[in-house]
Design a protein. Structure first.
Length: 651
């Protein structure tokens, strides 16, 4: 009887490799040709252990490989071609050129072998690759674009032998191959600006080094042909002993810019070097000894040199240059203000506000300082340090002033967008978020906060996409990762949500998270929910300890302990009465308790916009499912006017 082999189907990334010119090589020197095949097989086995793939089988001079995902497959293919390239560059080293084809699809497993259309397609893609190159199908490209520090060129539709439908193929532009001009379908190179080391005699000048790092990120982010990692991700590596290769892998970048700054009196020394993350080769370096008054020119020179080393279009440099302040003292004070703001604690944000007010008093035309003032007011409102009405009025005024000075700086557009979001003027808010993204496509903050707006409008798939775009340039920002966890949760992907929230905990070291507390409460895991609550209380800044009764009330409401929830709500209101003016507080707890009449009474009329930014929570949080079923809820979540297609020119 013929043995029946059980078959299972699964999704896999399939890689085919084939040595170039093997037949001719065999005729010329068979022993050498076979030795090279053996060498390639040994190399593949070593790489497969690192990249979590498996060798399915060898076919003469070719190999069939299988990977659990497209990213691992492409990373192995690049590593293979790099080793071959490096070997060929050695004096007298034989050329080990291979073509690599990659496809993603469903395969049937039969014993140790895999079969199916996906395998056939991968075998037909491989001949389309250049010698020493990598060719991939569109499904693979979709999975890896913006996740690897390489460009991909669209080759267009190709008819492959034995495949009925034409396939859209892409070519990987490897680092040692001169790239063609970036096409619309291509992906820009990725760069991380690591925190500049503070070499100044005064340790208090750390703000200057961090500020200059952030300014270089801003300058370089203005190049449309470049994706630059945001400050929140790179600051994790300040003082780190990790190697460049490890950092490049974690941030998914092919190049890093690192260096140091020394400020002594009116003298300034800045060193910078551009490094390839895979080879750790220094691609460019320079040192600038200048007067402090030349700081802005130094930033421009470094940006230009980096762009030149990366072969970017220098014509786009003008768009990358922020508003020029009127004096170097105003500018260094601005750097100090942004440094204080980035600390995130209420006392530091208040100091930042005072510092930035002094900046605009000295230099009223410094647009970015006005935008920074708006951001401070909004954050202080969020921390209950300023009354809501007054804070929003001041923030709107400062943001409008920033835009009236320079409407081409994204910071002002983000600031006014957030004010409008708080007031539920969502159409206008969207216009400004989109304008900020048009001005600086790689600005993580704009994508992240726009994602919140889209969630409030019920446009969750779009919100997920914007959050993913934020992650592309801020891959280890806990805020971005935690928000992606929330979006996964509210769309029903609990496994992904918990995984994302675990990443958040690893990055922050914090034991408690508000939305994870909600998840555990709604699934009946009281102990886990209370553990999250305990962590929230423990990690809270002293200035927001008055939130603790509110968090406890929220958990009690989720658990159906209505009497306890209302008592805790009253405690919170009493404790925070001199601070808190948030309009949604009482409605948020009553909505969990199922007290629908009182909930809508607390919210007031829909046109009062009492939900503020919390509209996204009411619209998506699973705890408010009953509230959303009430016919009155539709009035608060009405369709908003679509955003104007005309970009704002001022405010």
């Amino acid at each position: 009887m013929r043995e029946v082999v059980s078959a299972t189907r699964h999704l896999a990334a399939i890689v085919f490799t084939d040595l170039v010119g093997f037949t001719a090589m065999t005729q010329a020197n068979e022993a050498e040709a076979l030795r090279l095949v053996g060498e390639q097989k040994a190399l593949l086995r070593r790489l497969l252990r690192t990249h979590h793939g498996r060798l399915v089988k060898s076919m003469g001079d070719g190999f069939l490989l299988e990977f659990p995902n497209a990213l691992a497959a492409v990373e192995l293919a690049v590593a293979l071609q790099r080793r071959a390239h490096d070997r060929g560059a050695e004096p007298g080293g034989p050329r080990l050129e291979a073509r690599v084809g990659i496809h993603l699809g469903d395969v049937e497993e039969q014993g140790a072998d895999i079969l199916g259309d996906a395998v056939n397609i991968a075998s037909r893609i491989e001949p389309a690759a250049d010698p020493g190159g990598i060719c991939l199908s569109e499904p693979v490209f979709v999975q890896v674009r913006n996740k690897l520090p390489y460009q991909f060129e669209k080759l267009g539709e190709r008819r492959l032998k034995g495949i009925e439908q034409p396939m859209v193929l892409y070519r990987a532009v490897l680092p040692w191959v001169a790239p063609r001009p970036t096409t619309e379908a291509g992906t820009p190179p990725r760069l991380a600006v690591l925190p500049l080391a503070n070499m100044s005699p005064d340790p208090a000048d750390e703000y200057f080094a961090e500020g200059l790092t952030e300014e270089l990120i801003t300058r370089l982010s203005g190049f449309p042909d470049l994706r630059v990692i945001a400050r929140t991700s790179v600051l994790r590596y300040r003082g780190s002993t990790k190697g460049i290769t490890d950092i490049g892998r974690e941030l998914r970048v092919g190049r890093v810019l690192e260096g140091s700054v020394r400020k002594s009196g009116n003298r300034l020394r800045v060193t910078a070097q551009l490094i390839d993350t895979e080879t750790e080769e220094h691609l460019w370096s320079d040192q600038y000894d200048r007067q402090l008054t030349d700081l802005l020119d130094v930033q421009t020179e470094i940006s230009r040199e980096v762009a030149s080393a990366l072969r970017l279009r220098l014509g786009s440099l003008a768009a990358a240059r922020p508003t020029t302040p009127g004096s170097v003292t105003a500018y260094t004070s601005y750097l100090r203000g942004r440094y204080l703001y980035n600390q995130g604690f209420p006392t530091q944000v208040q100091k930042a506000l005072d510092t930035l007010r002094a900046v605009v008093a000295e230099d009223p035309g410094f647009a970015r300082a006005h935008a920074g003032i708006a951001d401070c007011y909004l954050l202080l409102v969020g921390y209950d340090q300023i009354a809501e009405g007054e804070g929003h009025r001041q923030a709107r005024s400062a943001a409008e002033q920033a835009l009236s000075i320079d409407a081409r700086q994204p910071e002002g557009h983000i600031s006014i967008a957030n004010v409008l979001f708080e007031e539920l003027e969502l159409a206008g808010s969207e216009v400004h978020f989109r304008r900020a993204i048009d001005l600086q496509p790689g600005l993580s903050r704009a994508h992240l906060e726009y994602s919140g707006l889209l969630t409030a409008e019920g446009r969750v798939p779009e919100a997920v996409r914007e959050a993913e775009l934020a992650e592309e340039t801020d891959p280890v920002d806990p805020v971005v990762i935690g928000w992606l966890g929330y979006l996964a949760w509210v769309t029903g992907d609990t496994e992904r949500a918990l995984r994302r929230w675990s990443e958040w905990t690893e990055l922050t070291g914090r034991p408690g998270r508000f939305d994870r507390m909600g998840h555990y409460a709604l699934t009946g895991d009281r102990a886990a929910a209370e553990h999250e609550l305990e962590g929230l209380v423990q990690q809270a800044d002293p200035h927001i300890q008055h939130w603790a009764p509110y968090w406890k009330a929220f958990l009690a409401g989720l658990l159906g302990e209505n009497e306890k929830a209302e008592a805790l709500l009253d405690e919170y209101v009493e404790r925070a009465s001199t601070l808190c003016s948030h309009r949604y507080i009482r409605a948020a707890i009553l909505g969990l308790m199922g007290e629908q009449d009182r909930t809508f009474e607390a919210l007031g009329r829909p046109e009062d916009h009492a939900m503020g930014m919390w509209a996204y929570v009411f619209r998506t949080h699973p705890g408010y499912a009953k509230m959303r079923q009430d016919p009155r809820f539709a009035g608060y979540m009405r369709s908003w006017d679509p955003p104007s297609s005309r970009a704002p020119t001022g405010h």
